[in-house]
Design a protein around this ligand. Structure first.
Ligand SMILES: Cc1cc2nc3c(=O)[nH]c(=O)nc-3n(C[C@H](O)[C@H](O)[C@H](O)COP(=O)(O)OP(=O)(O)OC[C@H]3O[C@@H](n4cnc5c(N)ncnc54)[C@H](O)[C@@H]3O)c2cc1C
Length: 331
C-alpha cells in the first residue's frame, strides 16, 4: 500500500509546531502534525498549565492552558492531519523527500519541520537524604491544579524564572509559600523579581536543602544548610515543589539517520530555519543560531519563516500570499 504523501510533516506539537502547522495549513500545504503525547501543547500544557505567561504578543497575561486552547482553536480553522500519541522513531531520506516512521505507521513527505523542543523532557529530581522515605505525593515537580495546594504550606526549591513563577502562582491560594535558593540572587525577569519582592512569599537564601523527613501527621521537615557557613535551619511545610530545571532527552533525534549539524544537542539552523539537511527545518526550543532565545514567542515566529522558505522551494512558481487577509478562511 502506498503511504500518504504530505508537502510538510511537522514533528512535535508544542506551541512552535502547532502554530507552524496552522500556518502551513493556511497556505494550503498538505500538512501533518505528529505529537508523541496524548495532547498538544508541549511543555506549556504538560508542565505549567496554570502558570501565567506574560511574554506572548497580544496576550496581556494568559495561563498555559488558555494559550494552548487558543492555539488549538486557531489550528481547527485549517484542514491538516493530526496524529497524537504518535512518536516519530525515524526520518529516512528518500529520492523524493522523506519517509516518516512512527510507532503507528509510516508516511511520505516532501519536507520536514522538526519542532521537538528539547525532546522528551523530565524534571531534575530532588536528591537529598531521606527523600525515598517521604510520601511521593508530597514532592511535586509540576503544578497541574493550584487547588491541590490551597491552604497548604509549600516550599518551592530553585532560583530560576520558573521557580519564581511557581512561587507567585501558589501565593494567592497557599497558606504560606517559601522560596529556597542556594544563592542570594535569582535568575529571572526583573518584573517577576520585583513582583516576588512585593509578595508574601518568604525567601530562604542562600540555603541548600540537605535532608527531608516526614512526621506522623504528614508534615515535611526540610533541613537547610546555609551556604559557606555551618549554620543550619529547618522549614516545616506540607508540600515541596522542586524546580531544578529539566533534563531533555533527545535520544529520538540521535537515532534518526538524518545527518543534522548540531551544537550541544540543539539543531543548527540558518536564518530561514533550514538545517544542514536540505528539506529539513527546525524551529522552537530545539534549534540554535546566534542570538537564539528559547521562548514561546520566538518559536511562534520561527514557524512562518520555515514554512515560507520550504514552500518557496517546493513550489517556486506559486506566489505565497504575504498577509492572511488575502487568504480564504473557512469561518
Ligand atoms: C516551568 C517553565 C516555565 C516557562 N515559562 C515560560 C514563559 O513564561 N514564557 C515563555 O515564552 N516561555 C516559557 N517557558 C519556555 C517554553 O515553554 C518553551 O520555550 C516552549 O514550550 C517551546 O516550545 P516548542 O514547541 O519548541 O517545544 P515543546 O513545548 O518542548 O514541545 C515539543 C513537543 O514535541 C514532542 N515530541 C518530542 N519528541 C517527539 C517525537 N519523537 N515524536 C513526536 N513528538 C515528539 C513533545 O512531546 C512536545 O510536546 C517555560 C518553560 C518551563 C519549563
Amino acid at each position: 500500500m502506498k503511504e500518504p504523501l504530505y508537502d510538510v510533516t511537522i514533528i512535535g506539537g508544542g506551541p512552535a509546531g502547532m502554530f507552524a502547522a496552522f500556518y502551513a495549513g493556511l497556505h494550503e500545504l498538505k500538512t501533518q502534525l505528529i505529537e508523541a503525547l496524548p495532547q498538544l501543547g508541549g511543555q506549556v500544557r504538560a508542565l505549567y498549565p496554570e502558570k501565567q505567561i506574560w511574554d506572548v504578543a497580544g496576550k496581556p497575561g494568559v495561563t498555559g492552558e488558555q494559550l494552548i486552547a487558543d492555539l488549538e482553536e486557531q489550528l481547527a480553522i485549517v484542514d491538516i492531519d493530526q496524529s497524537l500519541e504518535t512518536t516519530v522513531a525515524e526520518v529516512e531520506q528518500t529520492n523524493d523527500g522523506f519517509l516518516i516512521k512512527t510507532n503507528q505507521g509510516q508516511s511520505q513527505t516532501k519536507a520536514v519541520v522538526i519542532a521537538l523542543g528539547n525532546g522528551a523532557f523530565s524534571p531534575r529530581p530532588l536528591a537529598v537524604n531521606g527523600v525515598e522515605q517521604v510520601d511521593p505525593q508530597r514532592i511535586h515537580y509540576f503544578v497541574q491544579h493550584k487547588a491541590d495546594f490551597a491552604h497548604q504550606r509549600v516550599a518551592v526549591l530553585g532560583g530560576g524564572n520558573s521557580a519564581m513563577d511557581m512561587a507567585m502562582m501558589l501565593e494567592p491560594v497557599a497558606e504560606q509559600v517559601y522560596l529556597v535558593h542556594r544563592r542570594d540572587q535569582f535568575r529571572g525577569l526583573p518584573m517577576t523579581l520585583s513582583r516576588l519582592k512585593e509578595s508574601t512569599v518568604q525567601l530562604r537564601t542562600p540555603y541548600l536543602p540537605r535532608e527531608i523527613s516526614q512526621a506522623a501527621d504528614g508534615t515535611l521537615t526540610l533541613q537547610l544548610k546555609k551556604m559557606r557557613s555551618d549554620d543550619e535551619t529547618t522549614l516545616n511545610v506540607d508540600h515541596v515543589l522542586v524546580n531544578y530545571g529539566f533534563t531533555a532527552n533527545n535520544a529520538a533525534l540521535s537515532d534518526w539517520s538524518l545527518d543534522l549539524a548540531t551544537d550541544r544537542h540543539l539543531i543548527r539552523v540558518d536564518s530561514t530555519m533550514a538545517t544542514s539537511v536540505p528539506g529539513v527545518y527546525a524551529i522552537g526550543d530545539g534549534n540554535t543560531y546566534p542570538g537564539k532565545a528559547p521562548l514561546i514567542a520566538t518559536g511562534l515566529g520561527e514557524g512562518p519563516i520555515a514554512i515560507n522558505a520550504l514552500a518557496k522551494k517546493l513550489y517556486p512558481d506559486k506566489r505565497m500570499a504575504t498577509h492572511s487577509s488575502s487568504l480564504k478562511i473557512n469561518r
